[in-house]
Structures are given as structure tokens and as C-alpha cells.
Design a protein around this ligand. Structure first.
Ligand SMILES: [Zn+2]
Length: 495
């Protein structure tokens, strides 16, 4: 009986299937039926689609800007640098340091006022040659090129610094082809360990390092640097105050020559301490220190210290939600600070730290590469205008996107999610300022002037500090931008 029932069901299902498929065959239209009836109509529809899918900037370019946009198009098409966005960026800076710098397109980008660099880490701020020169002036400095951490600086181990081979030293401190068989993050973290102790030899060296680092940013035509920067204690009980004062002093030194340049400090905690409790305790101390320094060390706007962050290799350290209790505790104590969290710098499909960063109230997101995993969150981030700090060269060299043409941030940009271009760790990548990152994406994404202008404006609109400071920052930037446009037209006319 059972079999009979089954077979009846089977037969009816089969009949139904036949009917449905017959119906489909009768009713179906060919997929090409909607195709335009002529090649001309096809081309016109394609143009309309292209227009709709182009990035839409917030504004129209002026007549003068359009002239400069045409110049930019010429520079892109005439570039002699055989730049390939699918090759690691060190291929273009380690072999011939003048290759990119001599490209008129790079010079255009360098001269362009780029707004704010919103994401750089203090130990990687100064370009590696300048850092080398600074080290060569430190008495009794030694370097160990063959130890466990190649290029480790100290006052006790290795050979005198000035006796070491310069090329070998620079190789040890930067990522290059010789590191391609190792895990990028291991090389990278060793490089931080190699140079990290030099900052604490002497307050004057500390001040000099930051003066030169800030100066390099100003000379790269940036109005603002917001830097992740630790301020450890010079003496016990100092609570980072001397370091903070030296940072402020270094910044004021640069302001003498670049009065519209400013610096803000974000104090980072570390997500990779030995135990969860120790790591949480360290973040608690970071928040307390930031609050103390915010009160004690003030710039002209009383806002030198703008917040805290949590850093380390995201797929290896503790997840962000480890620190939720500490943030809640700080909030309950009435502490007043912003968070600027690293998140989404991950290759792991189950990483959900972008969600944590959003829920923890982040002002901006450091990286945010894997936002594509969370389309609903992406919508919230767009709506609440939480900018992503995109660092193209870093993302490529640390293994998150090997071909910059396919960097997901290009899609986020087109979808109206605010992104700003930043440099992360220029020293280890053998670049300086943020011009190289702009160069890489101007070429990889074939950006026009409207798109570039939007990126510059984003970097300013999502800067930290007060609303009135941001307004001033934007008006200062506009003055520079107008001058830049005029100078570019003048240059073109005189050729
Ligand atoms: Zn970073």
C-alpha cells in the first residue's frame, strides 16, 4: 500500500514537473530578447549605465578645476613608470628610490593639498632614510644585524651604529622582496621591535624624531596629522606627561614654518598582552592616561589628545569585545573621550570586529577592509557617516588585498561610504607622507580630480577635534587648494 501511495505521489510530481517545464518552454523568452536592436542603441545604453555607475562627487568642478582635471588625465596617460597595482609596492620604491618621485604625476600629487592623514603609527612615522640619519647622530648607539631581531638598536648589543652597512640596515628595517617567503606581520612586528627602544634613549632624541616626522607630513602638503602615539613614562609616576609635552613642543616647532598644520594624538592600547586580564588592565590604564594628558597637555584648541584605540594584528590578538567592559566602566566613571578603533583588517570570514567597532561607538574605523561581509552594517556606517581610514600600500604589503585595483574600498567609496586615504606605517613600507598611497590608488582606480578632491575633503570632514576646528581646517585647506589649482593652470599655460 505504502509503495502504491508513494508511486502515485511520484507520478503526480513527475506530471507536474512536465507541465511546469512545458509551461516554461512555451512562456520563456530568450535572454537576449531585451538586447538593443542596433549597435548604436547598445552603445548609447552602455554610456548611460556607465554614467550611473560612475562615482558621484558632492559638487561640480569649476572651469579651472576642469582644466586641471584634463592635465591630470594627461599625466596619468603619459607616466613613464610602469606601475602595476598587482605587484607589491616595494617593487617601485626599493629598487630605484627616484622612480616614482621623478614621475610628474607623483609631483602633481605631492604638491596637491591632501587634507588630513588620519592613520599613522608613531614608530613608523619618519621615513627610513631620515630615521637612519637621526640614528647616526646618536652617541653610543649600537645595532645588531644578525641577531634574532635583525637591525635591533640598543646601547649595549651589536656593533657601533656608524660601522654598520647602510644598505643592510635599511633592508632590515623595511619590507622587501627578501621577506616574501615570510609572514608579512612577523617581519613587520620584528621591525617595530628593532627600532622601538631608540625613542627612549634621550628626551631630545624623542623630540627630534617627532619634529622631523611632523615636518615630513607638513612638507607632504598635509594640513593635519592624527597619529596613534604611545606616551610611556620617562620616570615612574610621570604618567607620560614629559613625552606629551615633547610631542607638543615638536608640533609647535613645525608650526613656525607651517602655521596651518596641526597634530592630534590618539593613544593606543595593545590587544596582544599575555592574558585577557592584563590586556584589559592595560587598556584601562591607557584610558586613564589619555584623560590625564587631555587635561594636562593642551594645544591652542585644548584638544591635543582626542581619544584611544586598540591595536595589533587583528586575526592574532584578542577580539575587540574583550574590551567592552572596560569602556562601559570608563563611561560609568564619567570619562570623556572618543574611540578610533582598528577593525576589519582581516582575512578571516568569521571576523566580526567591524560590528564591535560600530557598537563600541567608534568615531572612525582604522581600515574597515572587510566591511563587504556586513551589508546591513555598511548601510549604518554610510548613514552615520563613520569614515574608514584606508591605507592602500599597507593593505597590500600586509596581505589583505594583493591587487589594488580590486581593493574593496573603491566600492565603498562609490557607494557613498566616507573613506579617507592614510599611510599607516610609511617607514616600514619605505615611503613618506601620504602621497605614495594617493599615487597607488590614483593609478589603480584611475581617479579623476573630482574623486581625489572628495577624498581630500573626506579626510578633513572626518578629522577629530571640535566642530569649529574642523571648519577652520576646511577653510585653510580650501585656500591651499585654490592656490594649487591656480599654480597648475599657470604651469600648463607657461609650457
Ligand atoms: Zn594601523
Amino acid at each position: 500500500m505504502m509503495n502504491m501511495k508513494l508511486s502515485k505521489k511520484l507520478i503526480s510530481a513527475m506530471l507536474l514537473g512536465i507541465c511546469i517545464s512545458n509551461f516554461s518552454i512555451v512562456d520563456a523568452k530568450s535572454s537576449t530578447d531585451k538586447m538593443p536592436s542596433s549597435v548604436e542603441k547598445y552603445e548609447s545604453q552602455k554610456q548611460k549605465l556607465l554614467e550611473k555607475n560612475r562615482f558621484a562627487a558632492d559638487y561640480q568642478l569649476s572651469e579651472d578645476e576642469l582644466k586641471v582635471d584634463r592635465k591630470l588625465a594627461r599625466l596619468k596617460s603619459m607616466s613613464d613608470v610602469n606601475y602595476r597595482p598587482d605587484l607589491p609596492f616595494y617593487e617601485f620604491v626599493n629598487v630605484d628610490e627616484n622612480l616614482i618621485e621623478s614621475d610628474p604625476l607623483f609631483q602633481f600629487i605631492k604638491a596637491m593639498p591632501k587634507g588630513s592623514n588620519l592613520h599613522t603609527h608613531s614608530s613608523a612615522l619618519l621615513s627610513i632614510e631620515k630615521f637612519y640619519d637621526l640614528c647616526s647622530r646618536i652617541p653610543n648607539l649600537r645595532i645588531d644585524l644578525d641577531g634574532k631581531i635583525p637591525g635591533k638598536l640598543s646601547t649595549s648589543e651589536g656593533i657601533p651604529f656608524n660601522e654598520a652597512d647602510r644598505t643592510k640596515v635599511l633592508k632590515a628595517w623595511t619590507i622587501g622582496i627578501e621577506d616574501s617567503d615570510k609572514r608579512a606581520w612577523d617581519v613587520f612586528e620584528d621591525q617595530f621591535r628593532a627600532i622601538g627602544d631608540v625613542f627612549w634613549i634621550d628626551p631630545q632624541i624623542y623630540r627630534e624624531y617627532y619634529y622631523l616626522g611632523f615636518l615630513e607630513q607638513a612638507q607632504d602638503n598635509l594640513n593635519r596629522l592624527e597619529i596613534r602615539c604611545s606616551t610611556p613614562d620617562w620616570e615612574s609616576g610621570d604618567r607620560g606627561k614629559l613625552a606629551a609635552q615633547l610631542l607638543l613642543d615638536a608640533y609647535r616647532g613645525v608650526q613656525k614654518d607651517y602655521p596651518d598644520f596641526s597634530v592630534k594624538i590618539i593613544v593606543p592600547g595593545h590587544k596582544g598582552k599575555s592574558t585577557i586580564e592584563k590586556s584589559q588592565q592595560q587598556f584601562r590604564e591607557v584610558i586613564e592616561k589619555e584623560q590625564y594628558l587631555q587635561r594636562e597637555v593642551k594645544d591652542e584648541s585644548n584638544d591635543f589628545f582626542i581619544g584611544v584605540d586598540l591595536v595589533t594584528e587583528e586575526d592574532a590578538g584578542y577580539p575587540l569585545d574583550t574590551y567592552v567592559p572596560i569602556l562601559i566602566e570608563a563611561k560609568n566613571k564619567g570619562f570623556d573621550f572618543d574611540v578610533y578603533l582598528h577593525a576589519g583588517e582581516s582575512n578571516s570570514p568569521d571576523n566580526s570586529m567591524m560590528l564591535d567597532a560600530y557598537l563600541m561607538g567608534t568615531k572612525r574605523i582604522g581600515h574597515g577592509i572587510d566591511l563587504f561581509r556586513y551589508p546591513e552594517l555598511a548601510e549604518k556606517i554610510r548613514k552615520h557617516k563613520i569614515a574608514l581610514e584606508i591605507c592602500p600600500i599597507s593593505n597590500q604589503l600586509l596581505g589583505y588585498t594583493s591587487d589594488l585595483r580590486n581593493h574593496p574600498a573603491y566600492l565603498y567609496f562609490k557607494e557613498g561610504i566616507p573613506i579617507a586615504i592614510a599611510s599607516d606605517d610609511p617607514a616600514m613600507f619605505n615611503v613618506k607622507g601620504v602621497s605614495y598611497d594617493f599615487y597607488s590608488i590614483v593609478r589603480a582606480w584611475d581617479l579623476n580630480l573630482a574623486e581625489i578632491k572628495q577624498l581630500c575633503l573626506n579626510s578633513i570632514r572626518y578629522s577629530g577635534g571640535s566642530k569649529s576646528e574642523r571648519k577652520k581646517l576646511e577653510s585653510d585647506w580650501r585656500i591651499r587648494w585654490d592656490k594649487f589649482i591656480k599654480s597648475q593652470i599657470h604651469e600648463s599655460d607657461s609650457k
